[in-house]
Ligand binder design. Structure first.
Ligand code: NAD
Length: 246
């Protein structure tokens, strides 16, 4: 499996899963545009790491929840690297609370980044990517978008929305040989899960048949598979990567 000659845009890629995905795709031969809303230093160090692998990379700062910024990000990425044939909509946030205590702002901000952000980037890239006649769009959802989770009505709704978006767009653009798939990670060790208490981590582990939390590499490997031509007959799917949890 290789991605030689391919060019990828990855949102929220200064750290966590996005960073691991960026490095993995670069190791397989792709040039990478890194996006993030902030974390400039971390993002630039990801760019350097990718360049040290002999690939081209650049960082473009943008808030993908803002349509104009997302469009500008895509336009600038295309200006710099010519074309994009892999898009990984990875940027995401949580603002967890029981619905009784959840503010409207916390509901809106999670939907704006996790779901509207996927629309903003994908809509902006759509015309240029259709011209490639061979591209892969990969949306990072979550198992809670399938199974639900107390305290995450906003997050679960956003991630379920991403699945509906993925399946519908896959049907719209399959005839142009552009594939659209989603990945639903379970519990993966990153900054996002570090906020959880040891007790919660242990209780989750006991509900995971494979007996461990996932690693960023588990997700990056799945993205690499969906990005590569090895998965050329797969579109409109959700691949659950959760150690058997749901
Ligand atoms: P993370 O918080 O470590 O990284 C997310 C990145 O997105 C950050 O660098 C952040 O700055 C960036 N970001 C946030 N808002 C943005 C915006 N508006 N514009 C651009 N960038 C923005 O999180 P992670 O754990 O690496 O998660 C990555 C994705 O995987 C998210 O979509 C998350 O919902 C999903 N996910 C994670 C897990 C897990 O266990 N870690 C499980 C299921 C799904």
């Amino acid at each position: 499996m290789n991605l030689i000659g391919k060019k990828a845009l990855i949102t929220g890629a200064s750290r966590g899963l996005g960073k691991a995905i960026a490095i993995k795709l670069a190791e397989l031969g792709a040039d990478i545009v890194i996006n993030d809303i902030g974390n400039e230093e971390e993002a630039e160090s990801v760019v350097k790491e990718i360049e040290s692998l002999g690939r081209n990379s650049l960082f473009i700062k943008a808030d993908i929840s803002d349509f104009e910024q997302a469009k500008e990000l895509v336009d600038n990425a295309l200006k710099e690297i010519g074309s994009i044939d892999i898009v990984v909509n990875n940027a995401g946030i949580t603002r967890d609370n029981l619905l009784l205590r959840m503010s409207e702002e916390d509901f809106d901000s999670v939907i704006d980044v996790n779901l509207k952000g996927v629309f903003n980037i994908t809509k902006s890239i759509l015309r240029p990517i259709l011209k490639t006649r061979n591209a892969s769009i990969i949306n990072i959802s979550s198992i809670v978008g399938i199974s639900g989770n107390a305290g995450q009505t906003n997050y679960s709704a956003s991630k379920a929305g991403v699945i509906g978006f993925t399946k519908s767009l896959a049907k719209e653009i399959a005839k142009k040989n552009i594939r659209v798939n989603a990945i639903a990670p379970g519990f993966i060790e990153t900054d996002m899960t570090e906020k959880l208490s040891d007790d919660i981590i242990e209780s989750y582990k006991s509900s995971i048949p494979l007996g461990r939390l996932g690693t960023a590499d588990d997700i990056a490997n799945t993205v690499a598979f969906l990005a590569s031509d090895i998965s050329s007959y797969i579109t409109g799917q959700v691949i659950v990567v959760d150690g058997g949890m749901i």
